[in-house]
Write a protein that binds this ligand. Structure first.
Ligand code: ATP
Ligand code: MG
Length: 151
C-alpha cells in the first residue's frame, strides 16, 4: 500500500521497453499499471479502460513495429498512455481504425491476434486519442483518460 500523502498527490511515471515480437510485455505492463491504479483507489472502470489501451497499444508495437517504448503518466486529472515505436508506420490511419482491418501475418493470426480490433478498442476506451505516424519511420500513439472526479 502507498502512504497517504502519495495517494493524494499522484504523479507517477511508468516506463516499459517493447521489443519486436515481445508478446509478453503488453500483458505484464497492463497488470503492473493496474496494480498501481488499484493501490491509488481508482475506479474499476478507469482501471479497465487503462489496461485495455495499454495492452492493445503495446501489442501493436510488438506485432507491427520493430521496437518501442510505453510510457504511462498518472496525474491527478488524467492518465496518459504513450507508445512510441520505430517501424513501418501506418499508411492509412482511417483504414487502420476500422473494425476488422488488419495487416497481421498468418503466423500472428495463428497466435490469436490480428482481429483488427485493437485500435477501435483503444478509441472506445480513450477520452482523447492522437496517432502520429510516418511511413518507414514509426508511430506515436497518445491516449488520455480524464479523471475529473472519477478517482
Ligand atoms: N504501431 C503500429 N505500427 C505499424 N502499423 C500499425 C501499428 N498499430 C497498428 N498498425 C496497423 O493498423 C492495423 C489495425 O490495428 P489493430 O490494432 O486495430 O488490429 P490488429 O493489431 O491487426 O489486430 P488485433 O489488435 O485485433 O489483434 C494493423 O493491422 C496494422 O496494419
Ligand atoms: Mg492490434
Amino acid at each position: 500500500m502507498l502512504n497517504d500523502s502519495f495517494r493524494f498527490t499522484p504523479h507517477i511515471t511508468l516506463e516499459f521497453k517493447i521489443g519486436e515480437k515481445d508478446f509478453f510485455i503488453a500483458g505484464e505492463s497492463a497488470s503492473r499499471v493496474k496494480k498501481t491504479l488499484q493501490q491509488l483507489g481508482m475506479k474499476q472502470e478507469i482501471i479497465k479502460r487503462t489496461a485495455i489501451i495499454i495492452y492493445e497499444a503495446a501489442m501493436n508495437v510488438a506485432i507491427h513495429a520493430n521496437h518501442g517504448t510505453l510510457k504511462v503518466y498518472i496525474d491527478p486529472e488524467v492518465i496518459s498512455i504513450i507508445t512510441e515505436d520505430k517501424g513501418p508506420g501506418i499508411p492509412d490511419i482511417e483504414l487502420a481504425m476500422k473494425e476488422g482491418y488488419s495487416t497481421a501475418s498468418h503466423e500472428v493470426r495463428e497466435m490469436g491476434f490480428g482481429a483488427g480490433m485493437g485500435l477501435p478498442n483503444i478509441k472506445q476506451c480513450s477520452d482523447e486519442l492522437d496517432i502520429d505516424t510516418k511511413v518507414g519511420v514509426g508511430t506515436t500513439l497518445k491516449a488520455k483518460i480524464c479523471l475529473n472526479n472519477k478517482v
